[in-house]
Design a protein around this ligand. Structure first.
Ligand SMILES: Nc1ncnc2c1ncn2[C@@H]1O[C@H](COP(=O)(O)OP(=O)(O)OP(=O)(O)O)[C@@H](O)[C@H]1O
Ligand SMILES: [Mg+2]
Length: 343
């Protein structure tokens, strides 16, 4: 059965339709849509209805053949924690998880939907268990479900975006190699550490492509559209426009680099036997000229650009767009991760 991984942004959608055939994941269709007038964060009925209609139109236009979708929740709508509890049976855990969760989740538990998973590996201390807790406000989940219903879609899964990114870019239990994922989007940068196929650490920094464009716009007195163009064409190339754009953008990335280093230190202090050797860059801003080299030169990791298509085959319908798909990989990462959850 095909499934669509649908990445709902504030002003955009990106989606991929995958199907499993003889054990292989096949990309059937994909698409993206952007409209500054859309506003997912709005609370008014009209705005949300417009958003639903836009999704419906996008589905028709792209030609997706299924209404089954998996969507993600943005990091700021989710509470995710790895907690340590005393060793106990599954039944005891089920009974005590609410009590444990209460200590970590800063919301009344009756307002949240809670899920948890036992993580079993060498990081577990003797006599303890590692539990990954995920909680989201019920009202947020209801909002998503109602937007999808409005678009005549059937939600088959809703999960934190960090988990979707971890699934597609992170390591796995067969080839464990702790990885740090850095997704630079429109409004935020997500830093995620995965190990043995599960997300161990997440942090979000509230800078992304929007701040970059605004800074160029202010610094060079350009309007937003022009500034966006400059950003995409010149990026972190010090030889362009007398280094002016480079000088504007550099501090933002130095801040992100600092946060990546802090995240690494935090993780390795708590897990002294695990070393992180690779970093993977994703999100729309990862496509900016010069960024990859800037990150690689300033961090002691092997840096890679996200390729969400690693374990995916292109169907005949999309194979002619292979070069474009490979180039645009970093912006489809979340959508691919979501589809892989249920394919
Ligand atoms: N070639 C490029 N060079 C530089 N920036 C780019 C390029 N292509 C896209 N971007 C930027 O990527 C950003 C959008 O990224 P993405 O699609 O990952 O964000 P989003 O998922 O909508 O937002 P968020 O993850 O913050 O909710 C925009 O700010 C856009 O300007
Ligand atoms: Mg995003």
């Amino acid at each position: 059965m095909p499934i669509v991984g649908l990445d709902l942004g504030r002003h955009n959608f990106r989606a991929v339709e995958l199907e499993k055939e003889k054990g292989k994941n096949i990309l059937l269709r994909y698409g993206s849509y952007e409209n500054q007038r859309l506003n997912m964060e709005s609370e008014t009925k009209e705005d949300l209805m417009d958003y639903s209609t836009a999704i419906r139109d996008f589905f028709t236009e792209t030609g997706f053949r299924t209404n089954n979708v998996v969507v993600s929740l943005p990091e700021h709508q989710v509470y995710m924690r790895m907690i340590k509890v005393p060793e106990m049976s599954d039944k005891e855990l089920k009974n005590s998880i609410q009590y444990e969760a209460e200590q970590y989740i800063p919301l009344p538990l009756k307002e949240v939907s809670l899920s948890y998973q036992k993580i079993d590996d060498e990081t577990v201390e003797k006599g303890k268990m590692n539990i990954e807790l995920v909680a989201a406000k019920k009202s947020i989940l209801e909002k998503y479900v109602s937007i999808l219903r409005g678009a005549k879609l059937i939600p088959r899964g809703i999960e934190p975006e960090t988990i979707a990114l971890g699934r597609v870019l992170g390591d796995n239990s067969e080839h464990p190699s702790a990885s740090i994922l850095v997704n630079v989007g429109f409004s935020e940068t997500l830093i995620i550490i995965t190990y043995r196929g599960s997300v161990r650490f997440t942090r979000s920094v509230s800078v992304g492509g929007d701040v970059l464009t605004r800074s160029i716009s202010q610094g060079l007195s350009l309007d937003y559209v022009q500034a966006e163009e400059y950003k995409k064409v010149y990026g972190l190339d010090i030889n362009q426009v007398e280094g002016k754009i480079y000088n504007i953008l550099k501090p933002v990335f130095d801040n992100i680099i600092l946060e990546v280093k802090r995240s690494k230190i935090f993780f390795t202090t708590h897990n002294p036997n695990i070393s992180i050797n690779r970093m993977i860059l994703s999100g729309g801003t990862a496509l900016m000229p010069g960024l990859f080299f800037y990150m690689a030169n300033n961090l002691d990791f092997e840096v890679e650009l996200a390729n969400p298509w690693k374990n995916i085959e292109f169907s005949e319908k999309v194979i002619s767009q292979k070069d474009r798909l490979l180039e645009q990989g970093p912006i489809y990462t979340t959508a691919v991760g979501l589809a892989l959850k249920e394919v």
